[in-house]
Write a protein that binds this ligand. Structure first.
Ligand SMILES: Nc1ncnc2c1ncn2[C@@H]1O[C@H](COP(=O)(O)OP(=O)(O)OP(=O)(O)O)[C@@H](O)[C@H]1O
Length: 414
């Protein structure tokens, strides 16, 4: 159990730089206030904390120079709803950064939701709390409202496919009915629609693709939070996204669906005129006049999703990376793709930087040199150089649970 002693220090011997200082005190010393800190100004260090007339004791500390790149004040300002997507290569610290950002927003009075869309979730581990119930779970240990949600698209897809195979495809039919494609579903009534999910015939594939996407994929989840009055109280929504490839598919989905809907509308119009010719021969009126409207509504929702992704007043995509050549190359490609999709990106977190070795550790010195070379790559990268670079040190504790996330938040979100 860790406790946090937060004390703004305006003056440290030998330095006149205003900093905020937060540190962990081992449990036996929980109640000892810190009166004086002696420290070198590395961002993470073991400090000596001395109370007058007592023996000095050591605390693990973070001394954070207020970083003009991070500008957390800009992120926290304003009551209007904002969406933050955190993405990057696997294992770089996306979840830790997303969870710590959500905790910090909540601490600043924003009712916040943090959502993981990564099929390999680690949000539950990060908060040390079970968040896989499929609905919003309140985060314990905070005085302000923070809720979390883990969604598992792969599991949902499996459940859906199993269900649709078991009941002869009625789930797919229901969906198509809702989209105004019931007539189309009926035409394929003799076929097992569950199987069509895997081998769609020509013409139906777009409908199936949309049905999959509508049910499982993140843009619709985003819209759920945008449109539903149930969530209107939340002013910050943080997404912990899956590694890069998935994120790119997610971002290109609105355009893909828009094009697919266009194809379906044409296909449907052909079918409808064939059906109405057939029915007029039998003396029946043409049905389903509202079909194009429903597809049109879906198309409008897609446009809203796309606009939301691109609106710099409400949305920001924060790229997380580590100082390694492979991670930085991937971040560069991610940034290029985001720019192509017109998604606003302003910040790049370079996480897990080794602090300078104070003990002369050879491995640490070599590793840090390597990392510094990688950071130079960012400065010379035409894609990344214009972003605000937030450097965050590798800390010697596991980022797990609310106190640790607050600690991480003080390192990253300044
Ligand atoms: N600055 C840091 N200092 C120390 N450990 C860190 C730091 N950032 C992240 N970690 C640790 O690195 C591991 C991976 O972090 P995290 O789960 O946040 O990454 P991720 O990018 O979300 O991973 P994945 O792609 O697998 O979901 C975790 O054990 C986390 O505690």
């Amino acid at each position: 159990m860790l406790s946090r002693c937060l004390r703004p220090i305006s003056r440290i011997p030998g330095n006149l730089i205003p900093i905020t200082l937060s540190h962990y005190i081992p449990k036996p010393q929980n109640n000892i206030p810190c009166h004086r800190i002696t420290a070198s100004l590395t961002s993470v260090s073991v400090l000596t904390c001395k109370r007058p007339n007592t023996v000095p004791f050591q605390v693990r500390s973070v001394a954070t120079i207020v970083d003009p790149a991070a500008r957390f004040d800009e992120m926290v300002i304003g009551p209007q709803r904002k969406y933050y997507f955190l993405g990057g290569k696997g294992g770089v610290g996306k979840t830790s950064c997303a969870a710590s950002l959500a905790v910090k927003f909540a601490d600043h009075g924003h009712p916040t939701i943090v959502i993981s869309t990564d099929p390999a979730h680690s949000l539950s581990d990060s908060f040390a709390q079970d968040l896989a119930r499929g609905d919003l779970v309140p985060i314990e240990g905070l005085n302000s409202p923070l809720f979390a949600l883990e969604i598992n698209p792969e599991k949902a897809k499996e459940d859906f496919q199993t269900a649709s195979q078991k009941n002869g495809g009625s789930a797919v039919k229901d969906f198509m009915n809702n989209m105004g494609l019931g007539m189309l579903a009926d035409q394929f009534g003799d076929l097992k629609l569950g199987e069509l999910l895997d081998t769609p015939p020509p013409g139906l594939d777009e409908a199936i693709a949309i049905s999959k996407a509508c049910i499982y994929l993140d843009p619709f989840l985003v819209m759920q939070f945008v449109e539903s009055p149930q969530y209107s109280m939340f002013s910050r929504i943080v997404f912990d996204t899956a590694p890069t490839g998935h994120t790119l598919r997610l971002l290109s989905l609105p355009d893909f669906l828009d094009a697919s809907i266009g194809k379906i509308m044409k296909f449907k119009q052909k079918l409808a005129s064939a059906a109405s010719a057939f029915k007029s021969v039998l003396g029946k009126a043409a049905e389903q006049q509202d079909v194009p409207d429903k597809l049109q509504q879906l198309r409008e929702r897609m446009t809203k999703v796309r606009d939301l992704f691109r609106d710099s007043n409400s949305t920001e995509f924060v790229i997380v990376t580590i100082p390694s050549v492979m991670a930085i190359n991937e971040s560069s490609r991610l940034h290029a793709s985001l720019r192509k999709e017109c998604v606003p990106v302003h910040r790049l977190i370079v996480n897990q930087i080794l602090p300078p070795s104070v003990s002369g550790c050879k491995f640490c010195t070599t590793k840090r040199k390597d990392q510094m070379r990688a950071i130079d790559m960012i400065r010379n990268d035409p894609e990344l150089a214009n972003l605000r670079i937030i450097e965050a040190d590798l800390v010697d504790l596991e980022i797990r649970g609310v106190p640790a996330l607050k600690f991480m938040g003080d390192i990253v979100w300044r």
